[in-house]
Design a protein. Structure first.
Length: 464
């Protein structure tokens, strides 16, 4: 027996959301949701797992604020490597531009932390308060023990996820094992507690309460993404030429026989939308590209026996019946720049000196030693960015008659910086009056050919 598929049969509750209405998105399964869940699972596992990974005897990824260095597996970056870290930001930015021109807001829908954490909070909401219709009923129900228990468990679960998120986040800036140990021993520092509370509150508010409002009002990317997509970008679109005029009809009824398009106006695409918009109104700033509406509409098309793809990834040109041009200059330009930036970054990391020398001359003037030589003092700052210790031999280039006071060699542990007080004295006969150039050299034991040099000033009397 044929039956009518209409708004009422799919969901008896309200289907559209006014601007100030609470959005209760309906959960829906499908290909894109599975991709989102798998991607989110990988990101979650990486986020929570990597913080606990150890590498070469220390935390694998740690932005050590007190020591001002950033460890990422065997590499250590120092403030002077800021240009390389800015390179990472540029690569991320151009990767995002490339993705946006190619396929709209895929980053927002699948990988943005705001979206991923919101999906997890929605899962917690479903677990404690039930599916969409139950949640809407619970919202409208008077206060009762059941309502208090469900709301309480939802907020408890949200707070727990927020706290774990905050501990992990802070654990990327201070060793996570020490942090958790201190928390259990109630010995965490005031700053650690402040940042834990701050990030717990931020996660709880952003993913639990603000949700899509963060995308609408706080995220700048949503604002300029519309200027980045072009007529050839693959964005989530409703095929109006195929779907209109919309209207309900009997199941299995061919759309042509009813004079209607393929859209049965069931509103399922609106109910599943986490931002509460109707994709049939065209590309909107509020659309985060999550593809939930594609899954929902495909299931309806299957039920009706119509072809899938009434809502799909499609370019504006394709929807107009024209040929899309995927390999267009703009996209290729972003791709070429992205490859160039990655290449430059890889070259920068591979060719950066793993041992650096910084020479600071003592502010005082020259001194005469008891032997009648002229002496200047320095502080040599040696940094080892390598993953293994380095034995460094210090010398002064060129002057044969110099007398060096200070260690001839020093061991610098992996990822460490040492400061070595160092004095050099010359017989006056070797010096010009006033300022002389002096070159400090650091060679590496067992690494022939690796040598670093830094020029400083040696002060003598203004005249002899
Ligand atoms: S576009 Fe698809 S899901 Fe949305 S109302 Fe039409 S048929 Fe239903
Ligand atoms: S319109 Fe579709 S893709 Fe855009 S946010 Fe809503 S459900 Fe996600």
């Amino acid at each position: 027996m044929s039956r009518l598929i209409s708004v009422k049969q799919i969901e008896s509750s309200s289907t559209t959301h006014g601007p100030e209405q609470k959005i209760q998105p309906r959960s829906f399964s499908g290909l894109y949701r599975r991709s989102r869940v798998s991607g989110g699972f990988v990101l979650f596992t990486l986020y929570f797992g990597v913080a606990w990974l150890n590498w070469d005897g220390r935390q694998a990824v740690l932005w050590d604020l007190s020591e001002k260095k950033f460890h990422i597996f065997s590499a250590t970056f120092w403030p002077e490597d800021l240009v390389l870290l800015s390179g990472i930001l540029l690569i991320c930015a151009f990767g995002l531009f490339f993705l946006t021109v190619l396929a709209g807001r895929v980053w927002c829908g699948y990988a943005c932390p705001q979206s991923v954490w919101t999906w997890v909070f929605l899962w917690a909401e479903r677990l404690t308060e039930g599916d969409r219709s139950r949640r809407i009923k619970l919202d409208a129900a008077p206060l009762s023990l059941n309502k208090i228990a469900r709301r309480g468990s939802k907020h408890g679960l949200w707070l727990l996820i927020s706290l774990l998120t905050a501990i992990t986040f802070v654990g990327y800036f201070t060793p996570i094992r020490d942090l958790v140990g201190d928390l259990f021993a109630m010995e965490a520092s005031g700053w650690a507690v402040f940042w834990l509370l701050f990030f717990t509150a931020a996660t709880y508010l952003n993913a639990g309460w603000l949700r899509e409002k963060v995308c609408f009002h706080m995220c700048p990317y949503g604002r300029f993404q519309s200027s980045m997509v072009d007529a050839d970008s693959l964005v989530i679109s409703y095929d109006a030429a195929r779907g209109e005029p919309r209207g309900s009809r009997k199941k299995d009824a061919a759309s042509s026989s009813s004079g209607l398009g393929d859209c049965i106006d069931c509103q399922l695409c609106v109910q599943v939308c986490p931002t509460g918009i109707d994709i049939r109104d065209g590309l909107q700033m509020e659309c985060i590209g999550c593809a939930a509406c594609i899954d929902a509409c495909d299931s309806i098309m299957d039920k009706m026996g119509y072809d899938r793809g009434l809502v799909r990834y499609a370019s504006e040109r394709e929807l107009k019946g024209e040929k899309s041009n995927l390999l267009r200059p703009r996209l290729l330009g972003y791709f070429a720049f992205l490859v160039l930036m990655i290449g430059l970054f890889a070259w920068g990391v591979a060719s950066r000196p793993l041992v650096t020398l910084d020479v600071e001359r003592d502010r005082g003037m020259y001194r005469f030693t008891s032997e009648g030589n002229i002496e200047n003092s320095y502080l040599l700052k040696l940094t080892n960015k390598d993953s293994s210790p380095r034995y460094l031999v210090i010398s002064v280039r060129g002057f044969k008659g110099s007398v060096i006071t200070g260690p001839g060699g020093v061991v610098v542990e992996a990822g460490e910086k040492v400061e070595v007080p160092f004095s050099v004295a010359f017989p006056p006969s070797l010096l010009d009056a006033g300022a002389n150039d002096i070159v400090f050299e650091v060679s590496m034991l067992n690494r022939k050919g690796e040598l670093i040099a830094e020029t400083s000033t040696f002060l003598g009397p203004p005249e002899y």
